[in-house]
Design a protein around this ligand. Structure first.
Ligand code: CTP
Ligand code: MG
Length: 167
């Protein structure tokens, strides 16, 4: 009883969202180099900015899908979901940067909610049609977890000198 509740609200939601987390975290470790927008501008403002790199995007897709491949033997449906989560996480992340640049926010400067939840919302929306979504309480848990994880990983990455700023 207690275990099945714990599984439904904590464990399964983490397994479900993990490809998106991997996709979001990988660029911090493996990113860098040429920017995706090749320094192009729209109305004098960068499309995505220097911090969205081709290497980061490729690493993100590989890591997100790799998590899906690891989960696949246990949960067959997680592979296609992981692919959509990884693609969605990147669309959300790039859309966030695109919006920040339109608002004249420099690369790396934080915008609350957009930074923490952009990747998450688009990843879940893209994967949702395939079903197997966590239930309401599981999703609420994930919303809280995503906020906390974002704060902890960014402070950690800053301390490890992987990121210039702690957010
Ligand atoms: N990163 C990357 N390529 C990507 C996404 C991220 O190389 N496609 C790396 C960059 O080094 C970036 C770091 O991961 O600085 C953290 O990513 P994120 O917080 O999403 O970007 P920001 O630096 O905050 O830039 P922006 O203002 O555009 O959101
Ligand atoms: Mg950021």
């Amino acid at each position: 009883m207690l275990f099945s509740l714990l599984y439904a609200i904590v464990l399964y939601p983490i397994v479900y969202i993990f490809p998106a987390y991997a996709a979001n975290g990988a660029p911090v470790l493996f990113g860098g180099g040429k920017p995706i927008d090749r320094k192009r501008k729209i109305n004098g403002k960068r499309i995505f900015g220097d911090n969205k790199t081709v290497r980061g995007l490729v690493a993100s897709l590989i890591c997100g899908i790799a998590v899906g491949l690891i989960e696949y033997p246990f949960l067959h449906f997680m592979l296609p979901i992981a692919i959509l989560l990884a693609v969605g996480a990147n669309i959300g992340d790039l859309a966030g940067s695109f919006i920040k640049r339109r608002m004249n926010v420099p690369s790396g400067r934080s915008v609350l909610i957009l930074d923490q939840y952009g990747f998450f919302v688009v990843a879940v929306l893209l994967a949702a049609p395939l079903g197997h979504l966590p239930g309401l309480y599981g999703m609420i848990f994930l919303i809280i977890l995503t906020g906390i994880t974002h704060i902890l990983t960014n402070v950690g990455a800053h301390r490890l000198k992987l990121k210039k700023v702690p957010w």
